[in-house]
Design a protein around this ligand. Structure first.
Ligand code: TRP
Length: 360
């Protein structure tokens, strides 16, 4: 069988709010790198509004507003129209068509075993079998999102690994059942280190979430950023400057692991060579939280400044955001249409295309 050497990236986000710096280190940074590497034949980034509606169907305003916010976040961090196709999931009806066919290949017990679905059902408090069918089946719809574009690589957080595994199973079942190689197995693309993999909230909780109020948004202004950083969780046992402090579980240092740049020390803290030296001093004692926080603020502010500038531009030029989504959505639709045609051919339901030949 011919090996598919094409390299295609696809990933997406649920539009349920603005994106934060956890999204950035967890996936956005990887996407921009892939986009700029020039090694990929096609790059797709999807605003998963249909998936967001599976547990926000009663809040269409939130989803609608977030679609525009997320598109602005994409453009602000450096995803570029012309290099990346940014599109809106619900505008691609082929995705839903694929889902219907894939549903035949997945059992209820298989979805129930999906750890991400399991924990989300619990988190949302769906009792017993009261989980909406649309929500329950979203892993199957996510397999459509990925396979419609024949994605070879999917940059996401590790919580999405069960989705990728389920997708690969669907790909294998489909290709085996219909004796074809239409669908492509995707690989997950994880962030480079532990801090980026699981960036905690500013309060030290495991995850950033809007409801916990422990989030730093990509769109936060300087004053907001300063307030959030200066009130961050550190080591509760580090009371006096001269006390030895802990690095482990110290959110300020976790953020530095994720955001510190090679030139950050030279610029803002030249008395230290690098992060290891700063950590060693903190552990020894004699280094106060305020000094480390001020440094982190400078590092994060350097990171967010160009993002804020780009955002301001796009806020003043919404027509360019719409143009980017329009182009991306058209390209995505063309690609999904092509894959759907191949899927239908493999399933022998491409009647009008094949009858003409058959009954000539
Ligand atoms: N489930 C993803 C999330 O919450 C969003 C998503 C939908 C996605 N479809 C996708 C991610 C396809 C990668 C590929 O964050």
């Amino acid at each position: 069988m011919a090996k598919n050497k094409t390299k295609i990236m696809l990933t997406g986000d649920r539009p349920t709010g603005r994106l934060h710096i956890g999204h950035y280190v967890g996936s956005l940074r990887q996407r921009v790198e892939i986009q700029n590497s020039g090694e990929y034949d096609e790059v797709f980034v999807m605003i998963a509004d249909a998936q967001a509606l599976t547990d926000n169907f009663d809040n269409p305003d939130k989803v609608r507003e977030s679609v525009m916010q997320v598109a602005m976040d994409y453009l602000s961090v450096g995803l570029e129209p012309g290099k990346t196709h940014m599109f809106i999931q619900s505008e691609i009806p082929q995705l839903h068509e694929l889902t219907v066919y894939y549903m035949n290949l997945v059992t209820v017990s298989r979805v129930q075993r999906n750890p991400t679905v399991k924990s989300e059902i619990k988190m949302r408090g769906f009792e017993g079998e009261s989980v909406p069918v649309g929500f329950f089946t979203y892993p199957i719809s996510q397999a459509s999102d990925i396979t419609a574009f024949k994605a070879t690589i999917v940059p996401v957080g590790e919580d999405q690994e069960p989705m990728l595994e389920q997708c690969r199973e669907i790909v294998r079942s489909f290709n085996r059942l219909y004796n074809c190689d239409v669908l492509v197995e995707p690989e997950i693309y994880l962030p480079p280190n532990e801090a980026c993999l699981r960036l905690p909230g500013t309060d030290g909780q495991a995850k950033m979430s809007k409801s916990l109020g422990n989030t730093i948004y990509l769109s936060d202004d300087e004053a907001t950023l300063k307030k959030k950083v200066m009130s961050m969780f550190t080591d509760p046992g580090h009371l006096r400057i001269e006390d030895p402090g802990k690095i482990e579980g110290n959110t300020v240092f976790t953020y530095l692991d994720a955001f510190c740049q090679p030139d950050s020390f030279e610029k803002y803290l030249p008395e230290y060579k690098d992060l290891d030296e700063l950590k060693a001093h903190y552990q020894r004692g004699g280094l106060g939280d305020v000094k480390v926080k001020k440094f982190l603020f400078a590092v994060l502010n350097d990171f967010l400044t160009p993002i804020r500038e780009k955002r301001a531009y796009y806020e003043a030029h919404p027509e360019e955001v719409i143009a980017a989504l329009t182009e991306g959505t058209a390209a995505a639709r063309a690609k999904a249409e092509q894959t759907l045609a191949e899927v239908k051919h493999a399933m022998k339901i491409d009647y009008f295309e094949s009858w003409a030949e058959e009954y000539k």
